[in-house]
Ligand binder design. Structure first.
Ligand code: ACM
Length: 612
């Protein structure tokens, strides 16, 4: 019989991160909305000592009930639930705590955050800080992208060259380096390094104390140049891997693991065998994304093997590899997980996929009964810049605002309740091709992590963006007090101009708070509280130097954005380009200047078909 008894008395630390916080700043703590909060009147002002009771066996996993009364605090929870109740208590304090009855549990059991430590290496100390941040926002999974083409980051005893060679690469100047170099913003960037198995165990234990499971990712059979440089015999014969190159060097992904060479399988299996024992979690991530067929088709060993199996496409060949590796992982009592590309393979029923493309692509797998973790890039890729690219320190492929992350719905429509259960949850990814330092990683992580936390924890009916923005602003003070970098890009105004034939340029302005007034000037002057108030899209009929910003409590917040919008005799003129199939030629004469981001919709991009 399940007996509800008082189990332990716990004393709560008064501050997180081991340092006292300023009096008006509370510790980092939950953003996710509890399922229900009922103020019961009065305050508790005793010591921060509380009683923990065991929950009923039928209570939701990771949940807790928190009762604060004038006489004391009772937490009904176990394991992670106790930990999460502590996070909530920290938010209610310091000082006297309001009396409340809180019932809370997460919407999804998989609340993940990823970090790529291959493109740039991050120290054990930083990984611990990253885990602290994840735990403060009640995430429970850390997806550690340990290997890729630019660096192998985990010690494998049987193959020492993976780290003695594969963990070190050239910096952006092309000079191989093991030396930390200062970046433009004066912080050391680490281009090389790896974790010993001892350090991996230390991090796994550190995470476990915070109820975080780590999923290791070993990328195969593509995205693995670092391994192939160290052990070229496992590379495609006609395509030997060259020395490691700088991040972003054109031609990444030109090498694959050679599947026509049978010892390649033992190589992978040996590596996975060492990795799987280091990580107690059930999932083993094998990557599997973006594998190019060319290297295999150019390799005589691979061509022969494809022929033996009757494969006519590289994708069939990869599927065969995935199937073999999945079976191996399964036989070792673990579950394979891979990027959604693995879904083409015949995989064991327990294997799962991480969706990074369009969520619609997940439907078939979910209907087949495969578990999925949703990480669609247009909602969850935190390497994407956070506001107008002209106002951001680093530019990558596309933008992803805080409001878009908040709008993320992990469970696709059109599934039965039974099929819905296969959506384990969601995850955001932080690829680090462009981020060399901890401070920059934190800046990309926050505050978008808060939106992700709320999406994955809170009941969908509790979503309320204005309230979320205000809570996020409260967190800024806490983050600053804890020495964590974050972006305030939600205040930056996006300028969306479009040419309207015979009328001029229509300008629409939007920030990501959707709360505060946007003001603007048209003569290039600095916007002030007395500048024009933006209420709806407006037309420009003559050239203007637009400058705009958000004002909160009559003070400019965020950055000033600007655009020169030009109306002259050629604006909107007919234009023909050769080749005339080029899309968007009219953009060249629409009076709207391009930003520094080539995919901003303002540029015309010419693709040379010979090069493509
Ligand atoms: C991925 O972004 N290639 C998984």
């Amino acid at each position: 019989m399940y007996i509800r008894v008082a189990l332990v008395l716990l004393v709560l630390p008064l501050a997180v991160w081991g340092q006292p916080l300023p009096a008006d700043v509370q510790p980092l703590s939950i953003v996710p909305e509890p399922v229900s909060v009922q103020a019961t009147g009065g305050m508790y002002s005793g010591k921060l000592v509380y009683t923990v009771k065991a929950p009923a066996a039928t209570d939701p996993p990771e949940g807790y009930v928190l009762d604060v009364t004038p006489k004391g605090i009772i937490v009904t929870a176990s394991g992670a639930g106790v930990f999460y109740a502590e996070q909530t208590l920290k938010q209610l304090g310091p000082g006297a705590i309001p009396c409340v009855h809180i019932v809370d549990y997460p919407r999804y059991g998989f609340r993940g955050m990823h970090l790529d430590v291959s493109r740039h290496f991050f120290s054990v100390a930083f990984i611990k800080k990253y885990l602290d941040i994840l735990a403060a926002y009640k995430l429970n999974t850390f997806h550690w992208h340990l290997t890729d083409s630019h660096g192998w980051r985990i010690e494998i005893k049987k193959y020492p060259r993976l780290t003695s060679i594969g963990a070190w690469r050239a910096d952006r100047t092309g000079i191989p380096t093991t030396i930390a170099k200062p970046t433009a913003i004066g912080e050391p960037a680490t281009y090389g390094g790896f974790y010993t198995q001892e350090q991996i165990r230390e991090v796994v234990a550190y995470a476990a104390k915070r109820f975080i499971t780590i999923i290791p990712e070993i990328e195969i059979p593509g995205h693995c140049d670092a391994a192939l440089v160290a052990y070229p015999e496992f590379s495609d014969l006609d395509n030997p891997a060259p020395l490691l190159r700088p991040c972003g060097y054109p031609g990444d992904l030109t090498h694959n693991l050679c599947l026509g060479y049978e010892p390649s399988f033992a190589f992978v299996e040996d590596i996975l065998s060492e990795v799987m024992v280091l990580f107690p979690g059930v999932f083993m991530h094998i990557g599997g994304d973006e594998v190019r067929g060319g290297p295999w088709l150019g390799c005589p060993r691979c061509r022969q093997r494809m022929q033996e199996h009757g494969f006519t496409t590289a994708r069939q060949y990869q599927n065969w590899f995935t199937h073999r590796i999945d079976s191996f992982i399964n036989a070792h009592g673990k579950r394979m997980i891979g990027w959604d590309e693995v879904l083409g393979a015949e995989i064991t029923p327990s294997a799962a996929a991480m969706l990074w493309h369009d969520p619609a692509a997940a439907l078939q797998a979910l209907k087949k009964g495969h578990d999925m973790v949703m990480a669609p890039y247009h909602y969850t890729y935190f390497d994407f810049y956070q506001s107008d690219p002209r106002l951001e320190p680093d530019i990558t492929y596309a933008g992803l605002g805080l409001d878009t992350v908040y709008a993320f719905e992990p469970t696709p429509a059109g599934l039965t309740p039974e099929e819905n259960k296969h959506v384990l949850g969601g995850e955001a990814c932080l690829w680090t091709e462009n981020f060399a330092t901890p401070a920059r990683v934190e800046y990309m992580l926050l505050p978008r992590l808060l939106a992700l936390a709320e999406v994955l924890w809170s009941p969908p009916g509790k979503k309320d963006y204005p309230r979320f923005v205000r809570k996020t602003e409260a967190q800024f003070k806490r983050l600053a007090a804890a020495g964590i970098s974050y972006a305030t890009s939600l205040y930056n105004v996006a300028i969306q101009p479009s040419y309207v034939p015979d009328r001029g340029i229509r300008v629409s302005l939007a920030d990501q708070t959707h709360l505060y007034p946007i003001r603007y000037t048209l003569d290039g002057s600095q916007p002030s509280v007395n500048s024009l108030l933006y209420t709806e899209p407006f037309m420009l009929t003559k050239t203007a130097a637009l400058r705009t910003a958000v004002f909160k409590n009559n003070r400019l917040v965020g950055k000033v954005n600007g655009d020169r919008l030009t109306i002259h005799l050629a604006t909107g003129a007919g234009i023909r380009l050769s080749p005339d199939s080029t899309v968007g030629a009219a953009r060249l004469v629409d009076g709207i200047h391009g930003t520094i981001e080539p995919y901003d919709g303002r540029w015309v991009i010419f693709h040379d078909s010979m090069v493509d």
